[in-house]
Design a protein around this ligand. Structure first.
Ligand SMILES: Nc1nc2c(ncn2[C@@H]2O[C@H](COP(=O)(O)OP(=O)(O)O)[C@@H](O)[C@H]2O)c(=O)[nH]1
Ligand SMILES: [Mg+2]
Length: 466
């Protein structure tokens, strides 16, 4: 809820700054229509609503022509922010948009804070907080799965699920009130046992939603995928093959890749943050040693490890030890350079299978040089990391931020305590406070009740103009 009425008028560039054919400048707030009228004054009567109109934009004091721009006005409440809003499509580049923004400032607008347009949209009930987060995900997404998920969230896919869970808590609260209102009856209309049962079902639903969080959160940043293996095992060649371009330096001299190179790639439509690093062996060379430290740091946070081991030999002690240390983290062992170690026989399927060593989820044979096995790997990666999303097609509500899972966890814990107290026959009135807290947690998540602190946290990541 707004603390104070939002009345001032904000202005910002909505398109990316820099060279471009067109720039869009946005104005929102009580003075927007007045401001655009002033900047285009003398050339037109009232600008028609929601109808793009080409107008000369003039500097307010001097009347000097700044540009001919396409102006569209969106009077409240039918606008993105729910306020009077104006979009000015001017010529792009460095100067024109800056001059137009300056002109808006000269007649009363101020530069918007990051995310302020969307924040105002939330304050005016145009979208909830979870939808607002989807806006930024949609803009920043780099893979089809991220796009699908963000769009689904923007279309209230997740919000509906959360609202539904909130409604269920409120229903239990209502049952409880009903129960409290008939204390003298032997058999209250709704026995405590039934209320507890309802609570348990809801607890499962909350759990189910929580289980979507790990994959949902990965969708935004991409799964951190670290290429590991001894020098010369073919890590950089694989990195380039997955990227489809030669980004990492590939040489025969061991230890060439001295620091980490990172790239976000879409594999099967899912985002992966691929990291090519120095190898995992001891070295005297300090620069190379630094690279190895980088590897360790990445390994600590890896969502997936691809251990490259050249084909034609068994895994070394070091490599097996390395697998042991990764404990529980998804690992694929890639037997590389199969072209060197397999006789090419057109009649034979020369990719032979191999049993995954202890600690590894899969073993795949690849040749980065010939491209063999790369498609298989590209199929395996999403299945290993995003199995749930692959299965559901991504159109199932999923929690996509730590903020989401934190709130749902709080709601769940309160509900669990409620059930416990109900069964321990604590006065039901007391137990019901937990229901209230659970409801509030979900309301904060949706932004129904959002403190400035929550709003600041959400909109901090936005760019100016959104
Ligand atoms: N024949 C063949 N050579 C490869 C293959 N992958 C890498 N190599 C070669 O192996 C050497 C080391 O490769 P590189 O990718 O730099 O390994 P890294 O040190 O683990 O990054 C280079 O000479 C590559 O050309 C492959 O699939 N087939
Ligand atoms: Mg390398």
């Amino acid at each position: 809820m707004p603390k104070e009425p939002v009345t001032d008028t904000i202005v910002a560039l909505a398109t990316a700054p820099g060279l471009g054919a067109i720039a869009i400048i946005r104005l929102s707030g009580g003075q927007s229509l007045e401001i655009i009228q002033t900047l285009t004054q003398g050339h037109h009567g009232k600008i028609p609503a929601r109808s793009p109109t080409i107008l000369p934009i003039e500097e307010p004091k001097t009347g000097k022509l700044l540009d001919h721009a396409m102006v569209t006005t969106f009077p409240a409440p039918k606008s993105y922010t729910g306020e009077d809003l104006v979009e000015i499509s001017s010529h792009g580049g460095w100067l024109v948009p800056a001059l137009v923004i300056e002109a808006c400032q000269a007649v009363g607008a101020r530069i918007a804070e990051p995310g302020e347009f969307t924040r105002r949209a939330v304050l005016h009930g145009k979208m909830d907080l979870v939808q607002a987060e989807a806006v930024i995900d949609l803009i920043e997404g780099r893979s089809r799965a991220t796009h699908d998920s963000a769009l689904f969230q923007l279309e209230k896919g997740l919000s509906r699920r959360i609202s539904d869970l909130r409604a269920q808590i409120i229903t239990i609260e209502a049952f409880l009130v009903h129960h409290i209102d008939f204390p003298e009856e032997d058999e209250a209309p709704i026995p405590v046992g039934i209320i507890a049962e309802k609570g348990k079902t809801l607890l499962n639903d909350l759990d189910e939603l929580l289980r979507t969080a790990p994959e949902g959160e990965l969708l935004r940043e991409g799964a951190l995928t670290v290429l590991a293996g001894l020098p010369n095992s073919g890590k950089s060649s694989l990195f380039n093959a997955l990227l489809g371009q030669d980004r990492a330096i590939v040489t025969k001299i061991p230890g060439t890749t001295r620091d980490a190179i990172e790239a976000t790639v879409s594999v099967g439509g899912f985002p992966f943050r691929l990291v090519d690093t120095a190898g995992i062996h001891d070295t005297e060379d300090t620069v190379e040693q630094l690279g190895i430290d980088v590897t360790q740091r990445y390994l600590n946070h890896a969502d997936l490890v691809l251990l490259c081991v050249e084909s034609g030999r068994d895994l070394l002690e070091d490599e097996l030890h390395f697998l042991d240390k990764l404990e529980g983290r998804p690992v694929i062992v890639l037997r590389t350079k199969t072209d060197l170690h397999t006789k090419k026989d057109k009649d034979k399927n020369f990719i032979h299978t191999e049993i995954a060593p202890r600690g590894a989820d899969e073993v795949l044979q690849i040749s980065a040089l010939e491209g063999t096995g790369i498609a298989r790997l590209q199929e395996t990666l999403p299945n290993l990391i995003y199995s749930r999303l692959v299965r559901t097609g991504g159109f199932v509500p999923a929690l996509t931020r730590a903020r989401h899972s934190d709130s749902v966890r709080v709601a769940k814990n309160h509900l669990a305590e409620f059930i416990q107290e109900l069964e321990r026959v604590v006065p039901v009135e007391l137990a019901s406070t937990h229901l209230r807290s659970a409801t509030i947690a979900l309301e904060e998540l949706l932004g129904v009740v959002a403190t400035d602190e929550i709003l600041d946290q959400v909109f901090r990541d936005f760019c100016i103009g959104k």
